[in-house]
Design a protein around this ligand. Structure first.
Ligand code: BG6
Length: 481
């Protein structure tokens, strides 16, 4: 990596100090980013020394492996220029750009369109011969289909799709990337990865956190926009895709889009059969009393924003015909439990001698631990021939193996120009298209309430097929069964 420049727009903000800088610092510490210069740009009229001090304090707070020695070499990579997001002010950084430069928009989402236009008007989208220019942007990409399309038009005014790297940080997680390897590198899986053997798939992202200090954003977004439209939709399409012929970014993304296009559309008339929303009331989480969403700072008292959303999706293709995929995410639930859980059908008929057998589940856990678990049946020890459920487990990362955070992984990919873990616009577009009827329907009425620290609203049951139950999110010590 010779002389690459990473320009962070919004370099004095929260994303930069909490996530980007700790990730860049670790990559530097591991010697993975030689020749990288980091140029901070923001409205604040700071000197380079002031910026360094700010980043130093941020790293002390957020980088677990901070040391004075590494800081002294990392700080040499840093630079700062203050200015507005207009072509005239951006001129100030022109002489600092190298032929290989990427721009990271760590900005409030309403600024994505104007910032990408300003960069284009300043001519920064065009690289000198032998160089490249890339633009990195993180979700949310619009708030519905129309605004996503408007944003795309603004960005495409100067930037080509191949230059734009849209981040969904879930695609940088070990657990997400493992899905692809585990699915396609194991011969035993493919013959059973279909509706003949799979009864249902549950994708859950449960959090104990509430809205925290993000009411300004969250109350306009809600769980459907914040988690399901992007993160869970990605996990869904990766669980369901056909085997790609190679890891080429476009081939992979074609396959994911194909899944989204095959989802049976939810219509204005059947939204309630496919979607449930909830909002947390007061309750107890991790032994502490917590207030209702409507009592959180910055949330309007009568807010109908959902803090929990669940969907039932069906895929109309040969592999998945008849298999319900359930996606749900909520704040202030019983525990931090995140997983993709695949349930297999019953064995055909009863076992001889009344030996008990439960359905198999394959569980890809993201939280609280990162690992895979297969729930299987084995002989119950003892004199009788009977069965009981056992869990075969494998952690994703063993002691001594190098693990990278989502931001470390994605920043490295962005610098190297590997686009496979970034979203193409049509993925974003199809995800919005699928959810449009739900968003419209939820403009009216109110969510179902659930107590903080619970499993979410009881009405989520109505999405399930007869005989199915939601897996519990009240985990005790990493329980999987
Ligand atoms: C973000 C959402 O994109 O993802 C948050 O805006 C959510 O509401 C977060 O808490 C979850 O991601 P992670 O990686 O922190 O578990």
């Amino acid at each position: 990596m010779s002389d690459t420049t990473l320009v962070i727009l919004g370099a004095t903000g929260d994303l930069t100090q909490r996530l980007l800088m700790p990730a860049l610092y670790r990559l530097h510490r591991l010697g993975l980013t030689p020749g990288l210069r980091i140029l901070g740009y923001a409205m604040d009229d700071w000197t380079r020394a002031h910026f360094e001090k700010h980043i130093h304090d941020a790293l002390k707070a957020f980088a677990p492996d901070f040391s004075a020695r590494n800081w002294n070499s990392f700080r040499k990579q840093l630079d700062y220029v203050g200015g507005r997001l207009d072509p005239a002010d951006l001129e100030r950084i022109k002489h600092k750009l190298t032929p290989a430069t990427l721009f990271y928009m760590a900005l409030p989402p309403p600024l994505f369109g104007t910032a990408s236009q300003a960069l284009g008007e300043a001519g920064f989208n065009v690289a000198p011969r032998g160089g490249w220019r890339r633009l990195v942007v993180e979700k949310p990409f619009g708030t519905d289909l129309a605004s996503a399309e408007k944003l795309r038009a603004q960005m495409h005014q100067h930037w080509d799709e191949s230059q734009i790297l849209r981040i969904d940080h879930f695609l940088g997680k070990e657990a997400t990337q493992n899905l692809m390897v585990f699915r396609f590198a194991n011969r035993f899986l493919e013959p059973v990865w279909n509706s003949r053997h799979i009864a249902q798939v549950q994708i859950t992202y449960a959090e104990t956190l509430g809205v925290e200090k993000r009411a300004g954003y969250y109350d306009h977004a809600g769980a459907l926009r914040d988690m399901l439209q992007n993160h869970l939709m990605q996990l869904f399409s990766l669980t369901a895709i056909e085997p790609p012929s190679c890891w080429d970014a476009d081939v992979l993304r074609d396959h994911k889009v194909e899944v989204l296009r095959s989802v049976r559309p939810i219509t204005a008339r059947n939204v309630d059969e496919h979607a449930v929303r909830g909002q947390y009331r007061a309750g107890t989480v991790d032994g502490k009393k917590v207030p209702a969403y409507r009592r959180e700072p910055g949330v309007p008292r009568g807010s109908n924003t959902e803090t929990f959303a669940a969907l039932r999706l069906e895929i109309d293709n040969w592999r998945w015909q008849g298999v319900p995929f359930y996606l749900r995410s909520g704040k202030r639930l019983a525990s931090n439990c995140s997983e993709i859980a695949v349930q297999f059908h019953d064995v055909p008929g009863a076992l001889p001698g009344g030996v008990k057998a439960q359905n198999n589940w394959m569980v890809f856990r993201m939280k609280p631990e990162q690992g895979m678990h297969l729930l299987a049946n084995a002989k119950l020890p003892g004199l009788e021939l009977d069965g009981h459920q056992v869990t075969l487990s494998a952690p994703y990362v063993q002691a001594g193996e190098n693990e990278f955070s989502a931001y470390e992984q994605l920043l490295m990919d962005a610098i190297e120009g590997d686009r496979s873990h970034f979203l193409r616009f049509d993925e974003v577009e199809w995800a919005w298209r699928l959810l449009e009827p739900v968003l419209r329907h939820w403009q009216e009425g109110s969510p179902d309430f659930y107590a903080s620290g619970s499993e979410g609203p009881s009405t989520q049951k109505r999405l399930l097929d007869r005989g199915q139950h939601w897996r519990s999110v009240s985990l005790v010590d990493g329980d999987v069964a």
